[in-house]
Write a protein that binds this ligand. Structure first.
Ligand code: PMP
Length: 366
């Protein structure tokens, strides 16, 4: 607390990211990074940009990120005007909250933003930051997002927007594109943001719905399926009208979305489709094996379409399991809230060797 702080700051309780441990020998399965390195083309592109003396770093980067946006657009059948890039999808999402999800009705009363009651914990943080009223819609008994419940809640509350990850976090459960289409059609006056951070590991992307739905914004990250969490690149795709709103907010904040190295590195990652297919395939295969092995140890594992699994053991508390794994130099994520998931662990899919080490440690513990 400080008398020098703006009043808003007193109300903020910032998002707490997963631990980034300093010890090198840990098996790190806690923050959903990709266990494989990025495409070798990323390193080559960054080195080429740096050149022999890094002199190009004197110069500002391209403020419109046009080469990267053209590359993303070409990869997804979009136009560059339908693509917005930012410093990680967290920043892209923050701009979306400000530019597209912050609405009031004709009387000036806030129109709430809807999201599931178990979801990415950054959403409440952005609501506080931008003074948006959140309204949560419970997942069903199988931890699934129910589109009918979202539609009913949005109509009853005159919602100003809807946001959810697909697949959801931290559950890993996805919903079908046809369900998202039903939501978009039912709520034509509501912006629907689909956060597809993990979509490449097996869920159906909503990107093909953009052409027919002006109320859809799809957000992607290069942190997961492109192995570039350290480079901080994310993008949003939607009709040009929505993207224009993001650009206005971004330019008012910092007119350079990405630095020179991130621009060229991200473009190289997007263009190396073979590397992308190979590494995401390996992660999906490891996940399928991990799910089978955890089930054999008595874990209840939610169906995952992500690069992590969400599981609980009926005979062991989540906190105790997390601690026992940590004593064996394996770190996983455990959420104490909401109560309903307090016994679950969120385990990132690692390399086959990391998954085997995890399963062996759990065999000893349970
Ligand atoms: N959305 C979801 C659902 C996530 O889990 C994450 C990763 N924490 C992000 C967005 C943000 O990813 P990044 O900022 O690395 O692009």
């Amino acid at each position: 607390m400080s008398r020098f702080w703006s009043p808003l700051v007193h109300q903020l309780s910032p998002y707490v990211p997963g631990e980034q441990p300093k010890l090198p020998h840990l098996v790190k399965l806690n923050t959903n990074e990709n266990p494989y390195p990025p495409s070798p083309a990323v390193q080559a592109a960054i080195q080429a940009e740096l050149g022999a003396d890094a002199a190009r770093l004197r110069l500002y980067p391209d403020p419109s990120a046009s080469a990267l946006r053209a590359s993303i657009a070409a990869a997804h059948g979009l136009t560059p005007e339908q693509v917005f890039v930012g410093n990680g999808s967290d920043e892209v999402l923050a701009h979306a909250f400000m530019a597209l999800l912050n609405h009031r009705d004709a009387q000036g009363a806030p129109r709430p933003l809807l999201y599931p009651d178990i979801t990415y914990s950054f959403y409440p943080t952005y609501c506080r930051l931008y003074g948006i009223t959140p309204l949560t819609v419970p997942l069903d008994e199988r931890f699934q997002i129910r589109v009918d419940d979202l539609i009913a809640a949005a109509r009853a509350s005159n919602a100003g927007g809807v946001i959810f990850p697909n697949p959801n976090a931290p559950t890993g459960c996805g919903i079908a594109r046809s369900e998202i289409e039903r939501l978009l059609t039912a709520l034509p006056d509501c912006v629907v943001v689909v956060d597809e951070a993990y979509v490449d590991f097996g869920a159906e992307s909503a990107l093909p719905l953009i052409a027919a739905h002006p109320n859809l914004l799809v957000v992607h990250t290069l942190s997961k399926s492109r192995s570039l969490a350290g480079l901080r690149v994310g993008f949003a795709a939607g009709q040009a009208e929505l993207v224009e709103a993001l650009v206005r907010v971004k330019d008012s904040f910092n007119s350079y979305p990405l630095d020179r190295l991130a621009l060229v590195g991200a473009q190289a990652a997007i263009e190396d489709v073979a590397w992308f297919e190979q590494t995401r395939g390996a992660v999906i295969r490891s996940r399928e094996l991990l799910v089978t092995e955890l089930a054999a140890l008595g874990f209840e594992v939610l169906p995952s379409q992500a690069n992590f699994v969400f599981a609980r053991h009926p005979a062991h508390a989540g906190a105790a399991l997390q601690q026992a794994l940590r004593e064996r130099a394996i770190i996983v994520r455990h959420f104490t809230r909401p109560e309903r998931i307090a016994n679950h662990l969120r385990i990132t899919v690692g390399t086959p060797a990391e998954c085997a080490a995890l399963v062996e440690a759990l065999r000893q513990i349970v």
